[in-house]
Write a new protein. Structure first.
Length: 73
């Protein structure tokens, strides 16, 4: 879980999105398409597999960056 900085192209799984009134469902998968670092936080744009278009805020939202062994073809 967030053991490294998210980067464009990373496949991710959502673990927790605490501050959104209509969050992406826990366990959703997606691909990072843009990363916007700010002073103390990062905004992460995700192309969610379920069609949603909701950005992440890190820290705050918790994701797992998937490795090749986690991705099923």
């Amino acid at each position: 879980m967030m053991s490294n900085t998210p980067k464009i192209g990373d496949r991710i799984r959502l673990i927790f999105m605490p501050n959104d009134p209509d969050p992406v469902p826990v366990g959703s998968l997606g691909t990072i398409i843009a990363v916007h670092p700010h002073h103390r936080w990062t905004q992460v744009e995700v192309d969610w597999d379920n069609g949603r278009s909701l950005m992440l805020t890190v820290p705050g939202d918790l994701i797992e960056i998937l490795g090749p062994e986690d991705i099923q073809s």
